[in-house]
Design a protein around this ligand. Structure first.
Ligand code: PLP
Length: 272
């Protein structure tokens, strides 16, 4: 790979640490590097986690998060930010406060509630901050069906409820959303874009079902790839298409590492 560090835009990931590097900040840094951009990271929580699941998680102090974000924003201003696992209400509030004070560009929020293996990755207070504050402070929110159901307050299970859920989340202050429907029998993502007058336009992105057991970190990679594509100036629709293509390639070229659910292959493009 030709290193063009001086020209690289900065992407900041605000997320948890997964020691198996399938999800969280280390996976996000791989995604950012695969897009030939420079990644910085603010760790919100530590997890004890492998490909076999999350055994434990502990949020870092809100003060450390706030100081890290302020220091990074001053020295290394990001062209885009991805927000993932937040862990606690105190950390979620510190991130909301950072966004209110600085109004950074191209902020993508992956509203992580739970791991695919079923572990809670955000406490109750944090979930309230996500819905009542963060939703309205970012440019794009990328919920899966479960997260969209929580945020919208209605069951989101198919394309029409994905669209109705988006209308409700826009009513709560969200600007743009991509509801990811990778778990549906016929996978489709729904992009909802709102105008300043709050009219909503929808676009559907059908996907192919990629049969692989190596799916750990799929949601993290999608939201981070989306932030990268927005940073380099793509429109939201084009950025969604490119991020989907990146994740599809990383799933297709994934390989098994050991026990449990292995990660996707973030660097698949370099291996072709
Ligand atoms: N661990 C961390 C630190 C994460 O940030 C996330 C997702 O955002 C997960 C685990 C969940 O990943 P998965 O749903 O692929 O298990």
């Amino acid at each position: 790979m030709v290193l063009r560090l001086a020209q690289r835009k900065l992407i900041l990931t605000i997320a948890g640490f997964d020691p198996s590097s399938g999800a969280g900040v280390t996976a996000d840094l791989k995604t950012i590097a695969a897009h030939e951009l420079y990644g910085t990271a603010c760790i919100t929580a530590l997890t004890v986690q492998t490909t076999q699941g999350v055994l434990k998680s502990e949020a870092v102090s809100a003060g450390i998060v706030q100081e890290t974000l302020d220091a990074l924003f001053d020295a290394l201003p990001p062209a885009a930010i991805k927000i993932g696992m937040l862990g606690s209400g105190a950390v979620a509030s510190a991130v909301a406060d950072f966004l209110r004070r600085n109004r950074p560009p191209n902020v993508v929020l992956d509203p992580v509630l739970r791991s695919s293996s079923g572990a809670d990755l955000l406490d109750k207070e944090g979930a309230a901050v996500l819905r009542n504050e963060l939703l309205a402070l970012v440019d794009v929110v990328t919920p899966n069906l479960e997260e969209a159901s929580f945020l919208s307050g209605m069951p989101v299970t198919d394309v029409s409820s994905m669209e109705e859920g988006c209308r409700r989340m826009i009513g709560l202050g969200a600007r743009n959303l991509v509801v990811t429907g990778g778990d549906l029998d016929e996978p489709v993502d729904v992009l909802a874009e709102s105008s300043p007058s709050k009219s909503v336009s929808f676009r559907r992105f059908p996907g192919q079902k990629i049969i692989t057991p190596n799916t750990h970190g799929t949601g993290c990679a999608f939201s981070t790839a989306l932030a990268c594509e927005l940073a380099v100036g793509k429109t939201l629709g084009d950025a969604v298409a490119a991020a989907k293509e990146y994740v599809a390639g990383a799933l297709r070229m994934s390989y098994s590492l050991g026990k449990g659910t292995s990660p996707i292959n973030h660097f698949f493009a370099a291996e072709r």
